[in-house]
Design a protein around this ligand. Sequence first.
Ligand code: MGD
Ligand code: MGD
Ligand code: SF4
Ligand code: MO
Length: 842
Amino acid sequence: MDRRTFMQKSAVSMATLQLGGIIALSPKTEATEIQLLQAEKTLAQNIKSVEKVPSVCLNCSTVCGMNVLVKDGKILGVEGNPLDPNSQGKLCAKAHGGVAAVDYPERIVYPLKRVGKRGDGLWQRISMDEAYAMIATRIKKNLDAGEPEKVALHFGRNKMGDITNRFMNAIGSPVILNHRGLCSSNKRAANYTTIGDTSWETVDAVNCKYFLNFGSNFFETHQGGLPLLKRFVKARNNGAKLVTFDVRLSNTAGRSDEWFAPFPSTEGAVALAMAHVIVKKGLYDENFIKEWSNTSLEEIQIFLKPYTPQYASKLSGIDEKDIIRIATEFASCAPACAAFTNRGSQAHQNGLNNDRAVIMLNALVGSIGQKGGYTFGGSKNKGNTSFPMPKPIPPKPGFTTDLEDPRLYPLANKWQKMRVSHLVFDKLKNTNQKLDVYLSYTISAPQTWPEGPTLTVETLKDEEMIGFHACSDVVYSEMAHYADLILPDATYFERYTLEGRNAYELVPYFALRQPAVNPPYDCENFADTLIKIAKRLGKPVAQYFDFDSYEEFIKLRLDTLPRREGLSGFEYMKKYGVWVEDKEKNYESYNKVLSPEKLKDSFIKDGIIYSKKGKAIGIMQNGVAKRGFKTPSRKFEIYSSTISQTAKALQIKDDGFPHFEMPKSLKEISEHEFVLTTFKWNVHTQARTAPQKYLSEIIHDNPVWINTTTAKKLKIKNGDIVEITSYRPKSGFRASLHNEVVGSMKIKAFVTQGIHPKVVAVSNSLGMNYGGRVPKASNGRKKETIGFSAYEDLDLRGNIWWDKSKGGTGNGFNPNTLIPINPAPLVGMQAWNDTICTIHKV
Ligand SMILES: Nc1nc2c(c(=O)[nH]1)N[C@H]1C(S)=C(S)[C@@H](COP(=O)(O)OP(=O)(O)OC[C@H]3O[C@@H](n4cnc5c(=O)[nH]c(N)nc54)[C@H](O)[C@@H]3O)O[C@H]1N2
Ligand SMILES: Nc1nc2c(c(=O)[nH]1)N[C@H]1C(S)=C(S)[C@@H](COP(=O)(O)OP(=O)(O)OC[C@H]3O[C@@H](n4cnc5c(=O)[nH]c(N)nc54)[C@H](O)[C@@H]3O)O[C@H]1N2
Ligand code: SF4
Ligand SMILES: [Mo]
C-alpha cells in the first residue's frame, strides 16, 4: 500500500493498531477520534493515599533524587527525595514537567517497522519478538562475516553503560559512540590534565566565599546545577560573592553580584591575566606551589609574563581595573574561593586551555581540595570494583576504529570515553567507513548535532552509509523518523538504573532509579531489549547474559553491598533510593598519607610510589608517602607533559602550559561579522523536553538575541525577521579561508541589552519537525487527534495556544543548521561558540 492509499483508507491511533497494521507518523498524520479520559483527580485530593517510590529524575543529567507519587498504577506527581545528599529534597520545574512524558498520547507504544523508503514516515506494527529477531539476525550476519565493527551503538544520555558496554563487548565491536564530545570533553580533559582523577569539579559551595564563574549558567543548567545552586544560596546568605563571565545575560549572570560579557573565547586570557596579577602581587599560596605544583614559582612567573591585564583587556573588552580587582578579591578569600567553568568557556577551539587557565587560579591561591574551595573526588564509582558485575564478563575488543577513536584527536579517549561523535556522520558520508547495524538510544542527532538538520539527516537517510538503523525512543523523534525499526522504550519512571554523580557533600553516594509504574503496551527498557537480543545471538554472546532481566542484573550487583538494617543491598535501595557511605568529607584527598596496606610490596622510583604491578599510587613528600594527584607527576600539573607530547606528535603548537590563543575566525572577525553562539533554557533539556506539555507551554519560542546597539546599526527592530548566514571556521576541520557558507536561516529577532554587541545567540531544544503535537506546536484538525495511545489528553485538544494557526508564535527554531562541525584540537570537543555569521533584516 502506498502512502496516499493508506491515508485515504484509514486513520488510526497507535494503541488501537493491530499487529501488522500500518500507520503514518509523518507531520501530516491525522487519526480518528479516540476515547477521551476524564482528568485525574487532583494531586491534593489524592495525596493522602499515595505510594511514594524513591527513584531518580532524568529530565537532565543532574540526576536528583525524587519520590514518585503513585496511586492505582498512575503517577500523580513527584517530590524531592530528602535522603539524596546532592539535591537534598529539591527538584526543579523540569522534574515536575517530566511526568507528562509517561502519558503523552503520542508516545511510541509498539515496535514499528519501516514500510516504504527511509524517512517516508510510514510504519507497520510488529511484535517485540519480531523486533528482537530482526536485530539479532542482522547483527549475526556481521559477526559471521567477521566484521563486528560494522555494528555500532550510539547514545545520548545513557545511564546504563553497565549493560550497553557488556553487549557491545560481547559481540566484539568497539564502536560505541556517545555525545560527550558535543557536551563537556574539553572541560573534562582540563580536569584530568591538571588534577588527574576526576572529570568534574565539585565546588564546596556551602563554605565558599567567592564564586568566580567562567561560562556556567548554574541557576538554569550545568551538570549538577541544582545541588550547586542550593548550596550557593546558603553561601550567599553568609555573604559570598558571585562574579560571572557570560556573553549573555543568563539567569545566573543576572543574579550575580557582577556580570561581565567578554568577547567569546577570551575567558582563558582573562584567567591568565588574573593569575598574572595574583603572582605579581604575591597573593599566591607559596606552600601549595612548593609542595604540590609540578612547576616552580619562577617557571610560573615566566610563562605568565606576557598575560598582563592590558593584554587580556584588549582581547576580551573587560576593563584592566576589573581584572586586577577581581583577581585580588578572589585571592583574598582563599582558600574559600573557587573559579570554575562550563560550556561558555570550554566549547571553543581553545576551550581546553581556557579551562586549564581557570583551574590553575585555584591552585595558585591554594583552594584545591580545601574547605570552601575547588574540591573534588567524592564520587562513588559505579563500576565493577564497587558493584561487581555478574560473571563471566566479556573482554573488551582488542582493536579500535577511527569512527569511535579518531586518530586526529588522541586525547578524546585517553582518560574516559569522550569520543568525537560530531564527526561520525561526516565520516560515514565522506570516508569508506560504513555501518551495517546502527543502534541508536536516547539521541536525537538531527536536532542536537552540529549540521544536524543537514549533513546528519542526509547520512541517516542513506542506506549505503547505514545499512540498518534501530532506534530506541519514547516519542517519534527526529531520530526515530530516520530509523528502519523503532523500539518503544520505558521512560525513566519505568526502569532501573544505578545512578549518582559528583558528590556535593564530598562523601561518596549513589542512588537507584526504579520503576514507579509498569511500562505500558509493548514498552520495554532498552536494557531488557538488549538482553533478549543477546540471548538470541547464541552462545558466544548469550553466555554473558545468563540473567533473566535488567532487574536481576541490578539486583546481583547491589546484593554485593553489605547488608544494612537487615536488608540486602537491593532491598535497601528499593526502600530508600540512596546509599551514602559512612565517611568523612573528602578534603585534600591528595594530602592523605598512604596506609601500610597500600604500601605493601610497593616500590619508589624518582619519588613516585608504584604498586607491585607497577601502577603509580602515590608520591614521597618530605619523606612521607602521600596519595598525591593522579597525574603523571602525582602533583597538580600546571605544565602537562601529556598535552605537550601529544601536541608535538601532531605538530600542533602547545608547550603544555595553559596558554592563550584566539581561534583564527574570531581573531580575524570583520566589522560586519558576528559570533553565533548557543545556550540552554532552564525549562528545557536538549532534545528530550519539547514533547512535555507544561515545559513547552512555558518556553516554545527562541528568537535570536541581538544587542540593542547592533540592532540599531542593522536597522533591526524587536520581532523583525532576520536572516542569519553562517560560515566555516578559518582553521581546523574543513577550514575555509573564503567564507564557505554552512547554512542560512530566517529567524525572529529579540533585541536586548543583555548580550555582547558582537554576539548573537539562539538556544537549542526547539524547532522540531516530529515528536507529536506539543513539540510541533500543532493542534491538529478540529475534533480529531493524532494521538497514538488509547486515550487522549484533554489538555492537548485545541489548547496549544502557541500554535501558529491560532495566532501563536509556533515552535521556534533549530540553530544547528547554522552551526558547523568544529572539533577543537587534541580533544575534539565541538566548538559550539565559535561560529562566524552575518545577519541582515529580511
Ligand atoms: N544548538 C545547540 N545544540 C546542542 C547544545 C546546545 O547548547 N546548543 N548542547 C549539546 C549538548 S551539551 C548535548 S549533551 C547534546 C545532547 O544531545 P542528545 O544526545 O541528542 O540529547 P539527549 O537528550 O540525550 O537525547 C534526546 C533523545 O532521547 C529521546 N529520549 C528521551 N527520553 C528517552 C528515554 O527514556 N528513552 C529513550 N530511548 N529515548 C529517550 C528523546 O526523545 C530524543 O530523541 O546536545 C548538544 N547540542
Ligand atoms: N535546564 C537544563 N539543564 C541542563 C541541561 C539542559 O539542557 N537544560 N543539559 C545538561 C547538560 S548535557 C549540560 S552540558 C549542561 C550545560 O550547562 P551550561 O554550560 O551551564 O549551559 P549552556 O547553556 O550550554 O552554556 C552556559 C552559558 O554559556 C554562555 N556562553 C555562550 N558562549 C559563550 C562564550 O563565548 N563565553 C562565555 N563566557 N559564555 C558563553 C551562554 O550564554 C550560557 O548562558 O547542563 C546540564 N543541565
Ligand atoms: S535539575 Fe535535572 S535531574 Fe534535577 S530535578 Fe531538575 S531536571 Fe531533574
Ligand atoms: Mo551536555
